[in-house]
Design a protein. Structure first.
Lengths: 120, 109
């Protein structure tokens, strides 16, 4: 079964750091780009970042550029999102999703999400 | 900065047809924007419906179709069912990054 499982969320103070993980199983991890998307509860989806299969091509949304770092460990079938200098507006559920290499979708599946709360 | 705009809400009777649109402030949406459409129900993760303008997932009901219409990406639902009531999001690639629309709440009433 193809599965993505996010972890690492929690309550963190403004200015703090957190690393999210997304563990993949049931498919050949290196055949896919991996993306992070976030959603403030009750609000819309916001695309955050993407990384290509070998980790050499990375893109960020302007809102997180310079603060967030995406990476992947293909030996562990895991993609990470290192979040530094966290702000209250980074509070959201963070999802990971895969996209086939060379394709423009589908973004499928998505994980169940992990909640990050930035608050003092 | 690219801004993607969707209708915030639409209402359609069961059995009716509705078209949701997705516009970019950078100009007409073309296939180069690789439009994707997602359905999200309360408490659930989003689910991919349409990718690369008009390609369906294996589970996407036949009543859903994607297209380009009048300079926008479009998602048409023909013969709407009660279970189609959900939030729908479009996603466009602006040449550098992906950008979601604000979402459209579809009510079946």
């Amino acid at each position: 079964e193809v599965q993505l499982v996010e972890s690492g969320g929690g309550l963190i103070q403004p200015g703090g750091s957190l690393r999210l993980s997304c563990a993949a199983s049931g498919f050949t991890f290196t055949d896919f780009w991996m993306h992070w998307v976030r959603q403030v509860p009750g609000k819309g989806l916001v695309w955050v970042s993407r990384i290509n299969p070998d980790g050499t091509r990375i893109t960020y949304a302007d809102s997180v550029k310079g603060r967030f770092t995406i990476s992947r460990d293909n030996a562990k079938n895991t993609v990470y999102l290192q979040m530094n200098s966290l702000r209250a507006e980074d509070t959201a559920v963070y999802y990971c999703a895969r996209v086939p290499n060379g394709g423009w979708g589908p973004f499928d599946p998505w994980g169940q999400g992990t909640l990050v709360t930035v608050s003092s | 900065q690219t801004v993607v705009t969707q209708e915030p809400s639409l209402t359609v009777p069961p059995g009716g047809t509705v078209t949701l649109t997705c516009a970019s402030n950078t100009g007409a949406v073309t296939s180069d924007y690789h439009p994707n459409w997602f359905q999200q129900k309360p408490g659930e993760a989003p689910r991919a419906l349409i990718y690369n303008t008009n390609n369906k997932q294996s589970w996407t009901p036949a009543r859903f179709s994607g297209s380009l219409l009048g300079g926008k990406a479009a998602l048409t639902v023909s013969g709407v069912q009660p279970e189609d009531e959900a939030e729908y999001y479009c996603l466009l690639f602006d040449g550098a990054a992906w950008v979601f629309g604000g979402g459209a709440k579809l009510t079946v009433l």
